[in-house]
Design a protein around this ligand. Structure first.
Ligand SMILES: [Zn+2]
Ligand SMILES: [Zn+2]
Length: 134
């Protein structure tokens, strides 16, 4: 299938790929506006859904911010900092072997799984240390 990206869709994809990986639709909206490209938020959501369906981007559920869009399209895990709310990729091997374990237990077919870690990120930990020593 020949996927023809519209200009707006390509602009959104370029922005996500140039980012450090994880952006909300609001952040994409603001960043495009800063570049002088005014695209309505509804159009952004629609394009993000298409990009996700075409597997050109990934998305992660954030408990407070909704979906976060991710340029990293291979299977991977995430870490969320409870202090700054940022999401980081966790590049540990994807545990495919868990699928067989779950399939055996539930007699089901597992297609994918997701794992996310919660805690305090490195820079927030350092910030806390600094505050303590002040
Ligand atoms: Zn943090
Ligand atoms: Zn990611």
């Amino acid at each position: 299938m020949n996927l023809k990206l519209t200009k707006q869709r390509q602009q959104i994809l370029d922005l996500i790929q140039a980012s450090d990986g994880h952006m909300t639709a609001d952040e994409i909206h603001t960043a495009l506006k800063d570049q002088g490209k005014s695209i309505g938020i509804a159009t952004i959501y629609r394009n993000l859904n298409v990009l996700y369906a075409e597997k050109l981007i990934n998305r992660v559920r954030h408990p407070e911010l909704g979906y976060i869009y991710d340029k990293n399209t291979h299977d991977h895990y995430h870490f969320r900092c409870q202090s700054c709310n940022r999401i980081f990729d966790v590049e540990i091997p994807y545990r495919d072997e868990l699928h067989a374990i779950v399939e055996k237990e539930l007699h089901c077919l597992v297609i994918s799984h997701d794992m996310s870690f919660e805690g305090i990120c490195e820079s927030c930990l350092e910030e806390k240390k600094k505050k303590k020593s002040d």
